[in-house]
Write a protein that binds this ligand. Structure first.
Ligand SMILES: O[C@@H]1[C@@H](O)[C@H](O[C@@H]2CO[C@@H](O[C@@H]3CO[C@@H](O)[C@H](O)[C@H]3O)[C@H](O)[C@H]2O)OC[C@H]1O
Length: 410
């Protein structure tokens, strides 16, 4: 015989219980000893009051990053003419909310103004322009940033240096030069090297390790490595690989942070993809939890409404933990679970589009790992590998995977 709880009946009717949480994402991260859980944002979306309200919710977000407004094209559009208006808007929002500000970025090969990309540079003139940019921007934000992404994406996939204007004109010395200029302008701010595909072992991660050692070899301060973590559903590196790669960085005396996490999928989204996405978010956030020197996690915006993904990766999207209507997706519970947060179900209702009410009683297990077994895989929202949430329900029946997040016992 199958017993159905009241909330299971709602589910069977296509109604998903709205969750009430004992803690938001930031609260849970801080409770684990992390400094923050945060989100990127951008100026155009700050006119959306409902968006700003959630962005300002410090239960979920203790940190924000300006996605564009501190980049070179935004801050120095003409040589030696600096504009900080949009960056200041984000910085003031962080200050008003009591959120940390991660500052992003100083030296990159993208989003450079044309006076830089089409300039006629010598080694000396480009170093002077580089130092002038960093000195002015870091001085303006002195005391406001937790960290600066000083150099962004200096590496090719094989771990060699990207042949950017910076490398081609100055050579690898542009990295220590940039870090030294930033350190001189704000001795207290954390200085990061930030890149993608360095979250897991391989040639590019080895290249990032070399960059840390290079800067250190110049006697220049480098405090952290930023792991962008722009991942694809179903292809996220394992928790143990991400954690061991983080450990390789921290062994050099620097901290790490996940700086731009999002996990995209080929559209349209399905319940199965959303379930896998939840697992993948939990995997990556879990790697930070496992790593003492991982100070925090930043998602690259919190809602699909304003994600950069559809505009950059054709046919892909749904990469954030909230959907475009600001409704929490399974990814939210995946993250919260990885952070050790608790969830309880309430009676309020949110319609879901795809619901499976199939349930099958199988064997039970009470192991403390993520491999809970039992029944019920409704909504395709099972936690899968890496899930560390509760494995049993309060009924005589044992739940499988994420059902316990919703206190569902079939
Ligand atoms: O038209 C441009 C538009 O293309 C631009 O999009 C931004 C591009 O950068 C995105 O952030 C980067 C994402 O991945 C990493 O590689 C970098 O470290 C990040 O900086 C950002 O989210 C997009 O909005 O925005 C300005 C428009 O004029």
């Amino acid at each position: 015989m199958v017993h159905l709880s009241a909330s299971s009946l709602l589910l069977a009717a296509g109604i998903l219980p709205t969750l009430a949480y004992g803690a938001g994402l930031n609260t849970a991260a801080v409770a684990l000893g992390k400094l923050y859980f945060g989100s990127a944002t951008d100026n155009p979306e700050l006119t959306d009051t409902a968006y700003v309200s959630q962005l300002s919710n410090t239960q979920d977000f203790g940190q924000i990053t300006p996605g564009n407004s501190q980049k070179w094209d935004a801050t120095e559009p003409s040589q030696n003419t600096f504009t900080f208006t949009n960056g200041d808007t984000v910085a003031k929002l962080a200050q008003a909310n009591g959120q940390k500000l991660r500052c992003h970025n100083l030296v990159w090969h993208n989003q450079l103004p044309s006076w830089v990309t089409s300039g006629s540079w010598t080694n000396a003139t480009l170093i002077a322009a580089l130092k002038n940019h960093i000195t002015n921007v870091v001085t303006h934000y002195k005391g406001q940033c937790y960290a600066w992404d000083v150099v962004n994406e200096a590496l090719n996939e094989d771990g060699t240096y990207r042949t950017s204007l910076w490398y081609n004109t100055i050579g690898e010395a542009y990295l220590p030069i940039a870090f030294a200029a930033a350190a001189a302008a704000d001795p207290s701010v954390k200085l990061y090297y930030n890149d993608y595909n360095i979250e897991y072992s391989g040639a590019k991660a080895t290249g990032a390790l070399k960059i840390v050692k290079l800067v250190q070899s110049y006697g220049v301060k480098i405090d952290g490595v930023g792991l962008q973590a722009h991942f694809i559903v179903g292809s996220t590196p394992s928790r143990s690989n991400q954690a061991s790669t983080m450990a390789a960085y921290t062994a050099l005396g620097v901290e790490v942070a996940i700086t731009e996490l999002d996990i995209r999928m080929t559209l349209p989204s399905t319940a199965a993809l959303l379930a896998q996405q939840s697992t993948d978010y939990a995997t990556t956030v879990g790697a930070c939890v496992d790593t003492k020197g991982c100070v925090g996690v930043t998602i690259w915006d919190w809602t699909d409404k304003y994600s950069w993904v559809p505009g950059t990766f054709s046919g892909q999207g749904a990469a954030c933990p909230w959907d475009s209507n600001f409704v929490k997706k399974p990814a939210y519970t995946g993250i919260l679970s990885a952070l050790g947060g608790s969830a309880t179900s309430t009676a309020t209702t949110t319609l879901v589009t795809s619901v499976s009410t199939t349930s099958t009683t199988t064997s039970t297990s009470t192991t403390s790992t993520s491999t809970s077994t039992g029944v019920a895989q409704h909504w395709g929202q099972c936690g899968g590998s890496g899930w560390t949430g509760p494995t049993t329900c309060a009924s005589p029946y044992t739940c499988t995977y994420s059902n316990a997040w919703y206190s569902q016992c079939l």
